[in-house]
Design a protein around this ligand. Structure first.
Ligand code: F6R
Length: 365
């Protein structure tokens, strides 16, 4: 028994984000059905490469998919976060625009440029200008339900990204993988949900270890995107500083920082996300990294997702991270839902920002 088993502690989550995760299997089905039914008016043959454009909780779907399928990608795929598209993006580049609100400035700018370059495009949004501009220009838009925090709409972004990439031949056929992932989501909700007491609940146990420190989330290959997701969920749900880094790269820099970490070392809680499919040298690197950084950090935890396929294990770890960050919010006595700093920043940009964006005109800024 811990305080996370007390309803009054979980009630800090006023908007019910923890309870909302319980409907993830239904969300998965809805997102999959919508993406499978969307009419794609261009042939897979016109797509030579792919840009997945988005920011924050929407863009993370692109990271998860590209790192998960990296070795099985049949065309170059890049996640684009920012304003200017790369010079190489052109009429044979598929632009997959992910924006929950449909109003994010950077993503709208990328969308304008994709229209100008006459690129094949698809949008996923709950509305906003992505829906209206793209609708006007005949670009297929998958409309997803509104009223959620973008980061809590991950399955509405992730599942269509997998389905579209599979339908366009950018990754192999994913029917069996998607079925296994659906099962993994159900199992994760059961294992990590609020009804399971702390002594039998890995998510609650992890929250208790991580809520009062700085979680440093390390991933590699198929877990690289998941590490970023965990970091962002700690930031936005638990209002907690958190950072992520990727193996093997962090072996060439970050580990040295723990030689003289000082007070930061007392705060540092390292979480290493593993996968059985990773290169065997990654396994060796994880063991050596643990040894080397151990004197300089307060805690090191190694985790591996449950499931028979990479997508199933990804879903398990993503849902685990969502629950851990939400429980951490409750332990820190902060409501996980609001993200005031993001709102303040977006408002500041809107008052000084590009007039054409505000007017909903197309064209680059
Ligand atoms: C908020 C969140 C943010 C947004 C980001 C982009 O829950 O996760 O990171 O995702 O500000 O906004 P959208 O997703 O509407 O394009």
């Amino acid at each position: 028994m811990s305080e996370l088993d007390l309803p009054e502690v979980l009630a800090i989550d006023r908007a019910g984000l923890i309870d909302g995760l319980a409907s993830s299997v239904e969300t998965f089905d809805q997102a999959r059905a919508g993406a499978e039914a969307l009419d794609i008016p261009f042939s897979p043959d016109v797509v030579k490469d792919v840009l997945i454009c988005g920011m924050g909780g929407s863009a993370i779907a692109g990271d998860l998919v590209t790192t998960l399928y990296y070795e099985r990608l049949r065309r170059p795929v890049q996640v684009h976060r920012g304003y200017y598209l790369p010079g190489w993006a052109g009429a044979d580049t598929l632009h997959l625009l992910l924006s929950y609100s449909g109003e994010t400035e950077e993503t709208l700018t990328a969308a304008m440029q994709a229209l100008e370059r006459e690129s094949p495009a698809l949008g996923v949004t709950s509305g906003g200008k992505i829906e209206s501009w793209y609708g006007e220009h005949g670009v297929p838009v998958l409309k997803i339900p509104g009223g959620l925090q973008p980061r809590m709409a991950l399955l509405h972004m992730l599942v269509p990204t997998v389905v579209f990439m599979s339908r366009l031949g950018i990754i192999p056929e994913q029917t069996a993988d998607l079925d296994a992932a659906r099962d993994a989501i159900g199992a994760a909700i059961d294992a990590y949900g609020p009804d399971r007491p702390t002594e039998a609940n890995t998510a609650k146990q992890l929250a208790l270890r991580l809520a009062d420190g700085v979680p440093l989330i390390y991933g590699s290959e198929v877990t690289a995107g998941i590490a970023n997701r965990w970091k962002c969920q700690f930031n936005e749900n638990a209002k907690q500083p958190s950072f992520h880094a990727i193996l093997p790269e962090l072996n060439h820099n970050e580990i040295v920082g723990f030689e003289q970490a000082g007070a930061f070392g007392d705060m540092a809680r390292v979480v290493i996300l593993k996968d059985p499919r990773q290169h065997r040298q990654i396994e060796r690197r994880i063991a050596l990294t643990r040894e080397i950084i151990k004197p300089g950090v307060a805690d090191i935890i190694t985790l591996e997702g449950e499931g028979d396929t990479p997508l199933a294990r990804l879903m398990d770890l993503v849902i685990l991270g969502d629950y851990v960050s939400l429980y951490a919010a409750c332990l820190r006595r902060v409501d996980p839902e609001p993200v005031d700093s993001i709102g303040t920043l977006k408002q500041g940009l809107a008052t000084t920002g590009n007039q054409r964006l505000q007017a909903g005109e197309s064209g680059s800024i």
